[in-house]
Ligand binder design. Structure first.
Ligand code: ADP
Length: 328
């Protein structure tokens, strides 16, 4: 059976981008077709300025939302990264295989470190070494596939390079994984700035739909989405990114094809209205289930404890083998 690993960072509230780009497919497809692990990767949340209490709260909320979205602990392993020491242990070996140059080439590092410096903040070393930890997350489980949004492609490519290099140098230890992407909504864009992705860590929430937004908040945000000065509804990501984003969202929520859906609309207003309602209906069951689970924290704790135990059991032999292979 194929092994799948993927994760989500508790750096903010989960967004519609996280859901459509990743979580929904974990729920509907991945947990049924493979031996799958899904992790709240809290160590990664420490690469930028963070508030300890907030990270703890967001980790818990993210784990609860994964269960609310439909990950079933009977079918897959749901756990918090920092509960399993093997991630940090293997990350160090990855740092010893990777080069400084390849870390500095990562687009996310360049963007995030640029932003930090521009606002006068220092850049944590862990922001640079982040992909080494991510490689460890993936490789510790003998992962075959990593279902992620397109923004993570470069990091998974680097993980492959590190696995191949390690195996060549020290003998075969790691499975070489590959990234897979959802067919629709692989990249959900910010509603107010459709040239940048809808990211949970962005400061300005006006263009971001959060999974726990209530119906009115979703409607308000979608109705205020930036479109363009034209009138015609066409699916053209380059010329009309805001409209294309709405069509992508509508298609992802209703199961249609974005280009075909465009033909059914004579105005942006009607498109926004239908998109808003489709998103409200898409998120309703997740929000309801989240409220039930949040009322029973003992249950979530137990799921996470069992998940970490199972994950540890899988990772430890692989990481031990890697330590032996490098001479430790
Ligand atoms: P974020 O960028 O919101 O901090 P994470 O790094 O925690 O998200 O990623 C969790 C998953 O969600 C990844 O698979 C990522 O590719 C996916 N994802 C995040 N934002 C988007 C988006 N706007 N569109 C599609 N997928 C996304």
């Amino acid at each position: 059976m194929k092994r799948i690993f993927s994760g989500i960072k508790p750096t903010g509230h989960l967004t519609l981008g996280n859901y459509l780009g990743a979580v929904r497919r974990w729920v509907e497809v991945d947990q049924h077709r493979a031996d799958a692990l899904f992790s709240v990767v809290d160590l990664h949340a420490l690469t930028v300025e963070h508030d300890p209490a907030r990270v703890r709260r967001l980790s818990r909320q993210a784990a609860t939302l994964l269960l609310a979205a439909g990950l079933d602990p009977e079918r897959c392993t749901v756990f918090v990264q920092s509960h399993v020491d093997e991630h940090a242990r293997l990350s160090y070996l990855m740092e010893c295989v990777a080069t400084d140059g390849e870390m500095r080439r990562m687009i996310q590092y360049r963007e995030k470190s640029g932003r930090a410096q521009a606002s006068g903040q220092s850049v944590r070393l862990s922001l640079l070494t982040y992909p080494a930890l991510m490689a460890a997350d993936i490789l510790a489980y003998g992962t075959d596939e990593v279902p992620v949004g397109e923004d993570q492609t470069q990091h998974v490519e680097l993980t492959r390079d590190l696995a191949v290099r390690f195996n060549q140098r020290y003998g075969h230890v790691f499975t070489v994984p590959k990234a897979t992407h959802p067919e629709v909504a692989a990249r959900v864009m910010d509603l107010r700035d459709p040239t940048s992705k809808m990211g949970k860590s962005h400061e300005n929430g006006a263009g971001i739909v959060y999974l726990l937004d209530d119906a009115d908040a979703v409607r308000r945000k979608v109705m205020r989405a930036v479109t363009d000065s034209g009138r015609e509804v066409v699916h053209d990501r380059a010329a009309s990114p805001g409209v294309a984003n709405l069509l992508d969202l509508l298609a992802a929520a209703t199961g249609g094809d974005p280009a075909a859906l465009a033909g059914g609309y004579a105005s942006y207003g009607a498109l926004k209205k239908d998109t808003a309602e489709a998103v409200v209906e898409l998120l309703r069951p997740v929000r309801e289930r989240h409220a039930e689970l949040a009322a029973d924290p003992g249950h979530v704790d137990e799921v996470l404890r069992l998940g970490a135990e199972r994950a540890r059991g899988m990772a430890r032999p692989v990481v031990d083998r890697a330590y032996r292979a490098v001479g430790l």
